[in-house]
Design a protein around this ligand. Structure first.
Ligand code: AMP
Ligand code: ZN
Length: 519
């Protein structure tokens, strides 16, 4: 296992953290100089776009100067500087589940008496932008499906968010492109206008598009799993949930829009290391958020800061503060800005895996209630399809349940990769493992205990077991009550069960890592 940098049979530029990656242009059939020239041309075109968000403009300008200054190679092989020879403890799902619980954060913190600060990982924003462009150009002429074919699958479980996000036509802005597609295909803007949720629909639509473009640039392209493709995948899967009869029966168009925005922002700025890593390294985010839902707090805060720092991205301020529900004229006017801000905060904070067990317990209760109601042929669904924003107690309860269902849909989307068709599931699994292991490498380098599932050495020989643990202890128990609530989720469950059989076979055959992910 000494010095074993993971290299797949077909090297891909976006696998693994940037410092661990070996990018060999010749292996991708796309000479780097040519990438650079075309990237430069495209970036310069992009800079001409009116109302380009500040963050995007800054990143693009930095990428231009970087491109102009680079001649020669960007490649770097740090295999020799990383050691995988140290003895490491095996990981177990029990440990991992324990690490998800934050019942006693102070006790957990006691285990992490460490002085080192979080190291700065990976390249600059400019390098990340550059990578996105280079990656986009790499896909040209490789026979990948065209954008419109890929978008046909958006909002379905078979959507290939990785190919989509890396396609040249998306030009590094998957959330912006996917957001435009999903809102157009569901007639979102005219519905929001007709129901008077939004009074200036054209301006609103433009600002949402600018906002999603700015968020795209804040996802780090050099992070193997929690990059822009993951956000696009979760957004598409969230759309799938939102389209189901149960979820659409209890939500209105504003909720639907809010659900898509929550998915888009839910991991923005993710550094590629988890909450445990932030707190045990006493990293700046852990200090800022006092070890509580550290990354999730950062994702929401970053999203709102980005939105508010530029009028061109600030769609929130266009929502009415005195919305009058036309179907409930007796209701007091509602402040939609407050409603949407609260909804986004709730949903994104709810993606913290530490909240998983609590969420599951409530989901089981709601699913049982729903089943009982169906058996007794009683409709006990909250009648809040129209906009009631929780003004009396009954409405408050309906509102709480609606937000819970939305948060559940987002969390389910977030852990949905084992419920995807096999080839997609495998690509996501490989990425999540590369990210976990890069964290483990960093922990080794810092002489810290390796976090559960982050040990590259033992992880490589127990991929199937690890995935079976994730399926059996996390995903399947969550999706089972969801099927009772949302019958269409049965499709996801069937894919999950097929993938479970796949991993059981790989486990019994002890299939090596390279063979599992061979393409
Ligand atoms: P998030 O970090 O918001 O994406 O939350 C989802 C979490 O689920 C990830 O951080 C991982 O801990 C976990 N996860 C997702 N997919 C997998 C997988 N295939 N294997 C193990 N853990 C996973
Ligand atoms: Zn996520």
């Amino acid at each position: 296992m000494g010095g074993g940098l993971v290299k797949t049979a077909t090297p891909e530029p976006n696998k693994g953290p940037v410092e661990d990656r070996v990018v060999e242009p010749s292996a991708t059939g796309c000479p780097q100089g040519q990438w650079h020239r075309r990237a430069l041309q495209k970036i310069e075109e992009a800079l001409q776009v009116p109302l380009l968000p500040e963050a995007a403009r800054a990143a693009l300008e930095a990428a231009v100067s970087e491109l102009r200054s680079i001649h020669g190679t960007q490649t770097k092989d740090t295999a020799s500087s990383s050691s995988y020879d140290l003895p490491v403890e095996g990981t177990s799902w029990k440990l991992m589940l324990e690490s998800y619980t934050d019942n006693d954060p102070e006790a957990a913190e006691g285990h992490h008496m460490l002085e080192q600060k979080s190291p700065k990982r990976n390249g600059s924003g400019a390098s990340a932008t550059l990578k996105v462009f280079c990656r986009s150009f790499e896909s040209m002429g490789t026979g990948m499906p065209c954008l419109s074919d890929m978008l046909q699958e958006a909002g379905q479980l078979g959507f290939d968010a990785i190919a989509f996000s890396e396609s040249a036509e998306v030009a590094g802005q998957p959330l912006r492109v996917l957001g435009a597609h999903l809102t157009r295909s569901t007639d979102m803007w005219s519905s929001l206008r007709d129901l008077r949720f939004v009074l200036e629909p054209d301006e609103f639509q433009g600002r949402v598009s600018n906002f999603l473009g700015a968020i795209d640039f804040l996802y780090r392209a050099d992070v193997p799993y929690h990059g822009p493709a993951h956000a696009a995948d979760v957004m598409s899967t969230m759309e799938w949930f939102l389209q189901t009869p149960y979820v659409s029966s209890i939500t209105n168009h504003m909720d639907h829009f809010m659900g898509l925005m929550a998915a888009a922002i839910h991991d923005v700025g993710h550094p590629g290391t988890n909450n445990m890593f932030q707190s045990k390294t006493l990293g700046p985010l852990a200090l800022r958020y006092n070890d509580k839902s550290i990354l999730e707090m950062m994702h929401v805060a970053l999203a709102f800061e980005t939105m508010l720092q530029n009028e061109a991205t600030n769609w929130l301020e266009l929502l009415p503060c005195d919305f009058q529900d036309s179907e409930d004229p007796a209701a007091k006017p509602a402040n939609l800005q407050h409603y949407v801000r609260r909804g986004l905060i709730d949903m994104v904070l709810g993606t913290d895996m530490a909240k998983h067990a609590k969420k599951l317990a409530r989901l089981q209760d709601i699913a049982q209630e729903e089943e009982r109601g169906r058996m007794e042929n009683v409709c006990n669904r909250p009648l809040d399809r129209t906009a009631n924003f929780g003004q009396d107690q009954k409405k408050q309860e309906s509102l709480e349940r609606k937000l819970f269902v939305l948060g559940t849909a987002l969390h389910a989307s977030d852990i949905s990769t084992p419920c995807k068709p096999r080839q997609l599931m495998l690509r996501w699994t490989e990425r999540v493992l590369l990210e976990f292991w890069a964290q483990g490498d960093e922990e080794l380098r810092l002489q810290l205990p390796i976090s559960p599932l982050c040990d590259r050495a033992s992880g490589r020989s127990s991929v199937a077991k690890g995935q079976l643990g994730f399926i059996n202890f996390v995903v399947k128990p969550f999706y089972a009550p969801l099927v009772a609530l949302v019958p269409e989720v049965q499709l996801a469950m069937e894919l999950l069960l097929q993938n479970k059989v796949f991993w059981e076979e790989r486990d019994s055959e002890r299939t090596p890592y390279e063979e599992i992910f061979a393409r």
